[in-house]
Design a binder for this molecule. Structure first.
Ligand code: 13P
Length: 389
């Protein structure tokens, strides 16, 4: 364990900055005035946010993202031949929240606007089903990533207008945390410094509004896997993205012990010919986080980003097996596809498949619980696991 940690820290001076464009450098220094410091230490006294942030990942649990927008959910249904209706989306989300034993591995579930207003066939609000199972309900509040004007190939996430009122409504509907996703594309020229700054600023404005409303913000800057870039390039871009995010979070006076960071794992682009080993991903990801994420942040809950479900578990496991005892934050998960996909493949909209789909869902959640402990192995993916039947 100690040797692995030394290898990560040894990596630091060895890396070259050559693959970043010059525009990635040159931050404005920011210093708090005495008055500002007084306000910040006063804010430290409000702590329900900290309790919620810790509860979300307590006992080795992680988050289940089930917040696909109607469009994304319908696209996935279309591929499986499932009718794209509000009723089918409701039935699918009911299948998820009523999966027996889900609460053993899942501490919080992120819902979409449509879902937080829906109920089971028996009329129980889905939020209530979650809360009764001890799973904390959360809500996606961004309105999606749109083209960033003036910056071809880059996106900016929208949804700040009216957010204060929406957060109040979602709190009333039972949400205790929220999610906002920024999308960062990688190429030889991207991302631009302006793109990183604009997205980090929006994430920080969102996070401050969440904390004002008593909701824990999940802060999600996602560096995409699409492309032919190297692991080192992803490492550099992820570092730069996270550095911008924490500068802006501090500027907006976000209480860092009352957030959860939801980053990408550091990976080579999908089209890069040599995919890294589990240990290389673990080393690069933890090195990136150690350089950028303050120890005050309670948890890092990774997105899966389209990785195969078993690989996402194996990579999370490698991080925890090598660094868990030394990392200042919990290394957890907030997967959507890497938990749901085997289940939706089994369900295909047929009520007769609900029980098998639920088993597949809880199996993946359990595999990730084991990965949080560094105890996952391929042996968990046996013939008896439902998605292999
Ligand atoms: P994936 O795990 O499928 O990447 O989804 C996570 C998520 O919440 C995307 O915003």
């Amino acid at each position: 364990m100690k040797r692995a940690f030394r290898r990560v820290t040894n990596l630091l001076p060895a890396l070259s900055f050559n693959d970043l464009t010059p525009t990635h450098f040159g931050y404005r220094p920011w210093q708090a005035s005495d008055r500002e410091l007084e306000i910040q230490s006063f804010n430290m006294k409000a702590n329900p946010l900290i309790d919620t942030a810790h509860a979300l990942v307590a006992n080795g649990k992680g988050l289940l993202a089930m917040d696909e927008s109607t469009r994304t959910c319908d696209q996935r249904f279309a591929k499986l031949g499932i009718p794209q209706t509000a009723e089918m989306r409701r039935a699918y989300r009911e299948l998820i929240v009523t999966a027996p034993g889900l609460n053993e591995s899942i501490g919080g579930a992120i819902l979409f606007d449509e879902t937080i207003r829906q109920s089971t066939g028996a009329g129980v609000p889905l939020v209530q089903v979650l809360a009764d199972a001890g799973i904390i309900p959360g809500i996606k509040v961004d309105l999606g990533a749109k083209d960033l004007a003036g910056y071809a190939g880059e996106k900016i996430t929208e949804g700040l207008d009216g957010l204060r009122a929406r957060l109040k409504e979602y709190g009333g509907l039972g949400a205790r945390f929220a999610k906002w996703r920024a999308v960062i594309a990688v190429s030889d020229d991207l991302p631009s410094r302006s793109g990183l700054e604009a997205n980090a600023h929006a994430l920080a404005r969102y996070a401050a509004l969440c904390q004002e409303a008593g909701l824990v913000p999940i802060v999600e800057p996602e560096v995409l896997m699409d492309g032919a870039h190297t692991l080192e390039r992803c490492l550099r871009v992820s570092e730069e993205a996270l550095r911008n995010v924490f500068i802006q979070l501090n500027c907006q006076r976000v209480q860092l012990d009352g957030i959860i960071l939801k980053p990408n794992m550091v990976l080579a682009g999908l089209a890069y010919p040599r995919q890294p080993t589990l240990d290389e991903v673990a080393d690069a990801t933890v090195a990136c986080l150690l350089r950028t994420v303050p120890a005050a942040v309670p948890a890092v809950a990774f997105l899966s980003g389209g990785q195969p479900a078993e690989l996402a578990s194996a990579r999370l496991n490698a991080m925890n097996a090598r660094f868990k005892s030394r990392a200042p934050w919990a290394l957890s998960f907030s997967f959507a596809r890497a938990i749901q996909q085997p289940a939706s493949d089994i369900w295909r909209g047929d009520p007769a498949n609900v029980a098998a789909a639920q088993q597949a869902l809880t199996h993946r959640a359990r595999c990730n619980l084991a990965a949080r402990r560094g105890e996952y192995s391929g042996a968990m993916e046996t013939r008896t696991s439902p998605e292999k039947q």
